[in-house]
Design a protein around this ligand. Structure first.
Ligand SMILES: Cc1ncc(C[n+]2csc(CCOP(=O)(O)OP(=O)(O)O)c2C)c(N)n1
Length: 659
């Protein structure tokens, strides 16, 4: 077989498996895998650096299938390359419950799936985060240990999504030259021709944000290889616009939306196989083809061996730090530093906005942990996300550890996902809590992928004052609590803020949102306690165990609840205040602890300057909620709390109404 014929046959193996798997599942997207099979064949068998024998090798190239609906492209390649957990059985079980081959690629389901994709455009931003992490770690550990490339394959849909603009503009600005975006330029989406809805000159668009651009025929494997190699040596991120035919090979459906997201059907499938020269049965890749793919899978084994040798002879301290960082473990200095700081807070009892307490905690954490990489979506001076250690990461200086994300909340969150997925770094980033709405799709994916991404969300209530209802979160905390696996942390004072930071840093498999106040908060925790009480989710902060009333409160409202408790005492009514920095963590506590904290009071009240949705369970039928029932308003903070009835007096009334 000629070289060209062999390469075509290898690409057809991807097409064959993809067509068959979609057909068997009677569900899925054959168009993209068939259209991008040539690209995948060249990328995986000739250009990319990876080793199925050690899928997590830290210096592997990363591949992101941003157009996640084309998942069979990735699954076929992983099987053909010899990833142990991507068996032919998994391919046959495409889209079945419990299989590794989910409808869209899910991180953690199989080796070689670097990120969960499906919501279009996210993968582009994840790739930016991975390339950013690579550049930062290369600067820190040197190219002997860190020198790899990030490849992202996207479709027209990814490029239409707004997040793509945020992400590519950031990548161009930061000159992330080890990032290549291959655009499956097939001119088709679900509703038909791209031209029905879009007429962007994508080449001009990418050039405008500082990218190198290359346009090729995406079925010409020689041109593909040349473009990929050029991209790898570029001084800027590169767009490869690869003109392809969706469903390549399907005689009637190729080039149309009919092949985007439905099985070909028996007749068209047989005709496609005939047209492509695929003469072997479904799921049975001939031995010579499979061994050619498997050999390609082994290509970088020596490169990995050389890398391991370099790690073995590297400076001992550098190598062990590299290993700690890639494992995601914390160092001993961190635990000592935060405990010392906790002692200091108990002594000082500072009255500070929790956003300021957060910055103080971060100063200590960043001092101990070089792996934190901070940033803000242009609100650094409000979020207080910078510390003395955080000089900016820029196109010129890769040693910095602060990302100026610009006004790009959505990309910030998805880039942080990419950084976390890459490994070796712990990303945190800030904006106003109300703008979590602008980042929510990526926050949801942080949670779905179980990544340690830390969202520093300040200005967490009407307490922000004069900026008014556009900026005042009301439903946000409740709606974020609705995202499974996300930790929502709302600390009441400086000590709780430190504890919440500890939770966020020490929880390697969950993202955290820190909801922080703009306004000053008095110290409500005045004694040093070694245990991280916030990690219990909720605990009694004031009052006696057998009190008649229990007042649950979070963040800035804990002090109001304590005032209410004191006023109740003057009336001879005993009350207890429970601080609830995290409802999620409280729900995870053993039943006896929960029962003890909740108690059997005659009156139950919850106080939170947001909507009451989260509190129904703790309040039961009779309990009362003191909080927001509408949007906020523009005005000074004390007037707003009064106006919306979030006061100690309101707490007292809510209690007495139940007695
Ligand atoms: C955020 C988001 N919106 C909508 C969808 C549903 N969707 C999946 S694929 C697709 C069309 C994508 O077109 P294109 O990227 O050109 O893919 P191709 O048709 O070439 O496979 C749409 C709208 C999605 N997955 N994510």
């Amino acid at each position: 077989m000629s070289n060209t014929a062999q390469q075509n046959a290898m690409a057809n193996a991807v097409r064959s498996l993809s067509m068959d798997a979609v057909e068997k599942a009677n569900s899925g997207h054959p168009g993209l895998p068939m259209g991008c099979a040539d690209i995948a064949t060249v990328l995986f068998t000739k250009v990319m650096k990876f080793d199925p024998a050690d899928a997590k090798w830290p210096d592997r190239d990363r591949f992101v299938l941003s157009a996640g609906h084309g998942s069979m492209l990735l699954y076929s390649a992983l099987y053909l390359l010899g990833y142990a957990d991507m068996t032919i059985e998994e391919i046959k079980n495409f889209r079945q419950l419990g299989s590794r081959t989910a409808g869209h690629p899910e991180h953690g389901f199989a080796q070689g799936i670097e990120t969960t994709t499906g919501p279009l455009g996210q993968g582009i931003a994840n790739g930016v985060g991975m390339a950013l992490a690579e550049a930062k770690l290369e600067a820190e550990f040197g190219p002997d240990l860190v020198d790899h490339h990030t490849w992202v394959l996207c479709g027209d849909g990814c490029l239409m999504e707004g997040i793509s603009q945020e992400a590519i503009a950031l990548a161009g600005h930061l000159r992330l030259n080890k990032l290549t975006l291959i655009w499956d330029n097939n001119g088709i989406t679900i509703d038909g021709a791209v031209s029905n809805a879009d007429s962007t000159d994508q080449i001009a668009r990418f050039a405008a944000v500082g990218w190198n651009t290359i346009a090729i025929d995406g079925h010409d494997q020689v041109a593909i290889e040349e473009a990929l190699r050029k991209a790898r040596n570029s001084d800027r991120p590169t767009l490869i616009a690869a003109r392809t035919t969706i469903g390549f090979g399907a005689p009637k459906k190729a080039g149309t939306e009919k092949v985007h997201g439905s099985p070909l059907g028996a007749e068209e499938l047989a005709a496609a196989k005939q047209a492509l020269g695929i003469d072997y049965p479904a799921f049975e890749i001939p031995a010579d083809l499979l061994s050619a793919w498997r050999a390609a899978g082994q290509r970088s084994a020596n490169v990995r061996g050389d890398w391991q040798s370099r790690l073995a002879v590297a400076d001992k301290a550098l190598a062990s730090e590299f290993e700690r960082r890639t494992a995601g473990d914390l160092n001993a200095a961190y635990a000592q530093a935060v405990d010392a700081f906790k002692h200091k807070l108990a002594e000082d009892k500072p009255k500070l906005a929790s956003r300021k307490s957060s910055q103080n905690a971060l100063e200590v954490i960043n001092g101990a942990l070089p792996e934190t990489i901070g940033g803000s979506a242009d609100l650094t001076g409000s979020n207080f996300t910078d510390t003395s250690q955080t000089k900016p990461f820029t196109a010129e200086d890769r040693n910095g550890r602060y990302i100026r994300y610009g006004i790009r909340e959505h990309a910030m969150a998805a880039v942080m996902n990419g950084i976390a997925l890459h490994g070796g770094l712990i990303p945190y980033g800030g904006t106003f809590l109300t703008f979590t709405d602008y980042a929510r799709p990526a926050i949801r994916l942080s949670a779905l992928m179980e990544q340690r991404v830390i969202y520093v969300m300040t200005h967490d209530s009407i307490g922000l004052g004069e900026d008014g209802p556009t900026h005042q979160p009301v439903e946000h905390i409740a709606s974020l609590r609705a995202i499974p696996h996300l930790l929502v942390l709302r600390p009441a004072d400086a000590t709780e803020t430190l504890e919440c930071w500890q939770i966020a840093i020490e929880t390697a498999d969950r993202p955290s949102i820190l909801a922080l106040s703009r306004q000053n908060l008095p110290a409500v925790r005045t004694e040093y306690v070694k245990e991280n009480l916030s990690a219990r989710g909720a605990y009694t902060i004031a009052g006696k165990e057998d009190a008649d009333a229990v007042i649950f409160a979070t963040g800035s409202e804990v002090a109001i609840a304590i005032d209410g408790m004191k006023q109740l005492a003057e009336q001879g009514i005993s009350a207890r205040v429970v601080s609830v920095p995290s409802l999620e963590l409280f729900n995870l506590q053993p039943e006896d602890y929960r029962a003890r904290v909740i108690g059997k009071p005659k009156a139950r009240v919850a106080v939170e300057a947001g909507i009451g949705l989260s509190w129904d369970k703790l309040l039961g039928d009779r309990g009362r909620f003191v909080g927001m029932h509408s949007f906020g308003a523009s005005g000074p903070i004390d007037k707003l709390y009064e106006h919306f009835g979030i006061t100690a007096k309101a707490v007292v009334e809510a209690v007495t109404a139940q007695l």
